[in-house]
Design a protein around this ligand. Structure first.
Ligand SMILES: NC(=O)C1=CN([C@@H]2O[C@H](COP(=O)(O)OP(=O)(O)OC[C@H]3O[C@@H](n4cnc5c(N)ncnc54)[C@H](O)[C@@H]3O)[C@@H](O)[C@H]2O)[C@@H](O)CC1
Ligand SMILES: Nc1ncnc2c1ncn2[C@@H]1O[C@H](COP(=O)(O)OP(=O)(O)O)[C@@H](O)[C@H]1O
Ligand SMILES: [K+]
Length: 499
């Protein structure tokens, strides 16, 4: 499923009209009807419904929705919240159809009247503003949004909760707080950002007849379970341990042995053939009982770098420490240019001074920062990153020729040529030390089992988050879930998603 900006969405409407001959009124009818049937899942026959209709095409959708609900026999009050003169174009055409169908609407004169109406209602449908919103809401929208948000009422939004910008990069807004949003055609960037996503509530996407084959590719999409089923490699019956990758994990220290232990165990639980660990010898007794299948390699004494040859993939950094004396390891890893390399956690701090050298590497380099680590690497503030994660990730990945996995509730995975995939699996049970180490292990393992690093990373993020979701659905809670539970839960997720 594509993820679009407002501009890209307008472009889709244009393509539908010019290339396929659909006209705007037809699209609005399709949109309004599709949204109505989607919203009906949240409405009961005995409910009283208020539909709020704004000035643009989102308001036009509102007239279609109100008409469809009235035709179906629901108890609906349609409120046009702007003067008649503001309803123009396709929206005006649908207003005429609404009236010609014998349905009345109420015109907002004072918010007192609307307040009374909302006070009687069970459900409020926000068809005021969509992707056309510019800047902060003006009156009368601010007042109405506040009234709706303070009422104990089911709040459903059409396309976007009014006031929420469609695109990243805008933080100054006030908006309708939806319990559920029925998104038209494709999710907008703001459905995935920390500061705007909560306004959507739950959401899903309705199809309105725009022909997919005619559409430009935004090179930004949601990665879901169907994608995983389609791309996760099968395990060949005649395979041997060498066919599934021999991985090296460099990390851990006497005070942080657990991180590398979890990475190694997660890697093996995700199908890696062999895993070797290079760590401080003092940490080995703490690691080996937890992951008996792993071997240990020498070479961390006195700042020595282990032998890096003969591996199908290397993961570096978890629990390693940030002492700059250890930077020699980074230099050596970059030189080992033909082996895929994943860098996480402390490794990302040590890597910062060597970013320009990454372009020498021939095999893929994968960086897996959370926003704090990405801020350190990029020199941006965490706030800048959270406000515009799509563009900052893209710029960074393209500039340094790396795969960037920017972790969070919506994880954005960017390829060196700027294509993006978003994984929204996972829950706050993962907001705990160790979750990232487990993810690194899964990613290392999947990277070694396919030529397609891009799919491996996307699948790894999905399997990690989905495992946490499955564990929380049954057995665990978000409070008690541990990173090590996620490792043990992988078996169920692989059973579900492997063919
Ligand atoms: N052919 C199309 O273009 C289709 C559009 N659709 C709907 O149309 C929406 C986009 O339509 P529009 O481009 O008309 O945009 P909107 O419906 O978001 O409305 C734009 C209007 O809001 C006003 N406005 C903008 N910012 C404001 C602010 N901060 N405070 C107060 N008023 C503000 C503008 O002056 C303009 O009148 C989509 O979100 C979707 O719901 C659907 O009907 C499908 C087809
Ligand atoms: N609230 C959340 N919802 C969904 N996923 C989350 C949430 N918090 C964290 N995660 C996921 O958990 C992992 C945490 O990684 P990271 O921050 O590196 O943790 P650590 O370094 O403590 O192991 C990432 O994959 C991230 O996407
Ligand atoms: K809306």
């Amino acid at each position: 499923m594509d993820i679009v900006t407002a501009q890209e969405m307008y472009e889709r409407d244009r393509v539908a009209m010019e290339a396929a001959g659909l006209d705007g009124k037809m699209l609005m009818e399709n949109a309004g009807r599709a949204v109505t049937y989607d919203l009906l899942r949240h409405i009961r026959k005995e409910h009283t419904i208020v539909v709020l209709i704004g000035a643009g095409n989102n308001g036009g959708d509102g007239f279609v929705i109100a008409r469809t609900l009235l035709n179906l026999g629901y108890d609906v009050e349609a409120w046009q919240v702007v003067p008649d003169a503001k309803i123009t174009g396709d929206a005006e055409a649908h207003k005429r159809i609404f009236q010609a169908s014998g349905h009345p609407y109420r015109l907002l004169k004072s918010s007192e009247d609307l307040n009374t109406s909302l006070g009687r209602a069970d459900v409020c449908i926000d068809a005021m503003l969509g992707i056309g919103v510019k800047g902060r809401l003006k009156e009368p929208y601010v007042d109405i949004v506040r009234l709706c948000n303070e009422k104990s009422i089911v709040r459903l939004a059409v396309d976007l909760p009014s006031g929420v910008p469609a695109d990243e990069g805008q933080e100054d807004f006030e908006a309708f707080q939806a319990h559920y949003t029925s998104i038209i055609e494709a999710p907008k960037q703001s459905a995935f950002l920390q500061h705007t996503q909560p306004y959507y509530g739950e959401w899903s996407v309705v199809e309105i007849g725009i022909p997919p084959k005619q559409l430009p590719d935004p090179r930004r999409r949601l990665w879901d379970g169907a994608d995983v089923k389609r791309t996760l490699p099968e395990r060949d019956a005649h395979s041997h341990k060498g066919s599934h990758g021999k991985g090296l994990i460099i990390g851990g220290s006497p005070l942080m042995p657990g991180s590398v232990a979890m990475t190694a165990r997660a890697s093996l639980r995700s199908g890696a053939g062999l895993i070797a660990v290079s760590t401080d010898p003092e940490a080995i007794p703490a690691i080996s009982p937890y992951v008996q299948e792993a071997t240990f390699v020498e070479g961390r004494d006195g700042g020595q770098v282990p032998d890096l040859e003969g591996y199908d993939g290397i993961a570096f950094g978890m629990g390693f420490g940030r002492d700059s004396k250890k930077e020699n390891v980074v230099e050596r890893l970059i030189e080992e240019k033909e082996t895929p390399l994943l860098v996480d956690a402390d490794g990302l701090y040590l890597l910062k001074g060597f970013l320009p050298a990454l372009e020498k590497r021939e095999a893929p380099t994968v960086l897996t920062p959370h926003p704090g680590e990405f801020a350190h690497l990029s020199g941006l503030s965490i706030k800048e990153i959270l406000n515009s994660p799509f563009s900052h990730s893209k710029n960074f990945a393209e500039e340094h020729g790396v795969y960037l996995v920017l972790k969070g509730p919506s994880t954005i995975i960017t390829s060196p040529d700027g294509e993006q995939r978003v994984d929204i699996s996972g829950n706050a049970g993962l907001a705990k030390g160790g979750s990232g180490d487990v993810l690194s292990g899964i990613l290392l393992s999947l990277m070694m089992q396919t030529e397609d690093v891009w799919d491996a990373l996307s699948n790894g993020c999905f399997l990690h988050g989905t495992t946490a979701d499955l564990l929380v659905q049954d057995g665990h809670s978000k409070v008690d879930l541990l990173a090590s539970d996620v490792i043990e839960g992988l078996s169920r997720t692989f059973r579900t998603f492997s063919s």
